[in-house]
Design a protein around this ligand. Structure first.
Ligand code: NDP
Length: 453
């Protein structure tokens, strides 16, 4: 039976071996999910709401356990991992309000009454990447369950442990057997079966743009609904009138958090040319102050990269002759350690400026004026996140409207809140997750006309 050995990214020790799910097992899980979904959707809304609140409570009680699993499996710093586990609880709590608030409409028409129902889609398949294993899974499964669906999750091969634990916690909370399953395995096997199985009626995919395109093309074959959260190459735009000290001291965390393995990483810092040199002077000590170390240490701010293969990919962007401005530190010895790295590319079309590196590597580029800043920010196939720093409110609004990205932040670097919509323009994705409307994307609108004649 195919399997994978999980490696601790901080010391390269073997954690455990995980058996992969076969196609036959996926098909059996889909069949169980079809049955479980019918029972789940038939429950009174208040009962589904209360089951989700119990799930949130059980996750809350297991926060520490989930966090340490992520430390070992993904190399996330413990402080960050605790936040992630708490975020899963919060996302479940937020969407537990949905079953009792999934409102249809009553539409005025001639000759009768017209009403709409928001029906669950059925079985939803969620394909999760390795960078934020439990939070990204929750962004899909919480609103999907809340809207009355069954959910099958395929975690990334390298990082299945927290998702597998969440499956157990859901059962502990009393969710029906078969309603929420986690099926570890290979993308082209388990993930692809979600795409080709006719009874999986929606796929939520987060990962690379290349794989996302394949998933979308596969879903087209059955006119299957799909949400895509893909890559990014987001800009952190600093105007001359900004609070430069604040912009520079926070910029490292906006790109080096999670060792840069974040689709929202602000991996291009664009600085107005009149303050470019001053900004770099302020950025250098901030980058060097980032605490890179063992994920289990409470003080650690950045851990290792997730795997040897990913380390090699990130390293390929920083060859010996790379235009490195300065670097932070990283531990020596075993583990996939890569120091925070600041590049000054000679051209706006260098591959470090245009491609998603997904590691702790940032490029700093100068721009001339507002129009140039917007053009440079938009000179990418992606459009996921972005920040801009200025004290001019009119400029803040003009630039926010001008940058083709789904999530922008003015004078701060916050891209994700569970209560606000998240997703990308252009090749960063399709559809939105989180926020007040997320559950709607797990429903079909049914219109019913009742004649009064
Ligand atoms: P992938 O897009 O290949 O993987 C994401 C998920 O899709 C994983 O669960 C993967 O499974 C699964 N998958 C792979 N192939 C298929 C398929 N044919 N059908 C269905 N599901 C599939 O990303 P990688 O892990 O290869 O990372 C490559 C690059 O993608 C990164 O360096 C980064 O640039 C970007 N990326 C972006 C992310 C984001 O959040 N936007 C997240 C992760 C990566 P398996 O684990 O078995 O490969």
């Amino acid at each position: 039976m195919p399997s994978i050995e999980l490696i601790n990214p901080a010391d390269e020790t073997v954690l455990q071996t995980i058996l992969h799910t076969t196609i036959v097992e996926v098909d059996a899980a889909v069949a169980d999910a079809v049955t479980a979904q019918r029972g789940w959707a038939a429950l009174p809304p208040a009962e589904r709401a209360s089951a989700l609140r119990r799930f949130a409570a059980v996750v809350d009680a297991a926060t520490e356990e989930l966090a340490w699993l992520e430390v070992a499996n993904s190399g996330h710093p413990i402080g960050q991992a605790r936040w992630e586990a708490g975020h899963v609880r919060d996302v479940l709590t937020y969407y537990s309000a949905v079953p009792e608030r999934l409102l249809g409409k009553q539409i005025p028409v001639a000759g009768g009454i017209d009403i709409t129902f928001l029906e669950p889609i059925g079985v939803v398949g969620i394909i999760v990447p390795w960078n934020f294993p439990m939070t990204i899974a929750a962004w899909g499964f919480a609103p999907a369950l809340a809207a009355g669906n069954a959910v099958l999750v395929k975690p990334a091969e390298w990082t299945p442990l927290t998702a597998l634990r969440l499956e157990q916690l859901a059962l502990d909370a009393g969710l029906p057997e078969g309603l929420f399953r986690v099926l570890p395995g290979r993308g082209p096997v388990v993930g692809e079966r979600f795409v080709t199985h006719p009874q999986v009626r929606k796929v939520v995919f987060t990962g690379s743009t290349a794989t996302g395109k394949k998933v979308m093309a596969g879903c087209a074959d059955q006119v299957k609904a799909v949400t895509l959260e893909l890559g990014g190459k987001s800009a952190n735009i600093v105007f001359a009138d900004a609070d430069l000290e604040l912009a520079a001291s926070t910029a490292p965390y906006a790109v080096f958090d999670n060792a840069g393995q974040d689709c929202c990483a602000l991996s291009r810092i664009l600085v107005q040319s009149s303050v470019y040199d001053r900004f770099l002077e302020l950025l250098e000590p901030a980058v060097k102050a980032v605490k890179v170390g063992l994920p289990g240490d409470e003080a650690t701010e950045m851990g290792p990269l997730v795997s040897r293969a990913h380390f090699d990919k990130v390293s390929s962007y920083v060859p010996n002759d790379a235009q490195v401005a300065f670097r932070g530190s990283a531990p020596m010895g075993p583990g996939f350690w890569f120091p925070p790295t600041v590049l000054i590319p000679s051209s706006r079309t260098d591959r470090v400026v245009t491609e998603e590196i997904f590691g702790p590597v940032v490029s700093v580029l100068p721009f001339e004026d507002e129009a140039d800043a917007i053009a440079l920010a938009n000179a990418t196939e992606y459009g996921l996140a972005g920040s801009l720093w200025t004290r001019d409110i009119g400029r803040a609004l003009r630039v926010s409207r001008g940058v083709d990205s789904g999530n922008l932040s003015v004078n701060s670097n916050s891209a994700v809140r569970y209560s606000t919509p998240f997703g990308g323009f252009k090749q960063s994705g399709l559809g939105r997750e989180l926020g007040p409307d997320a559950a709607l994307s797990f429903t079909e609108t049914k219109n019913v006309f009742i004649s009064t004649d």
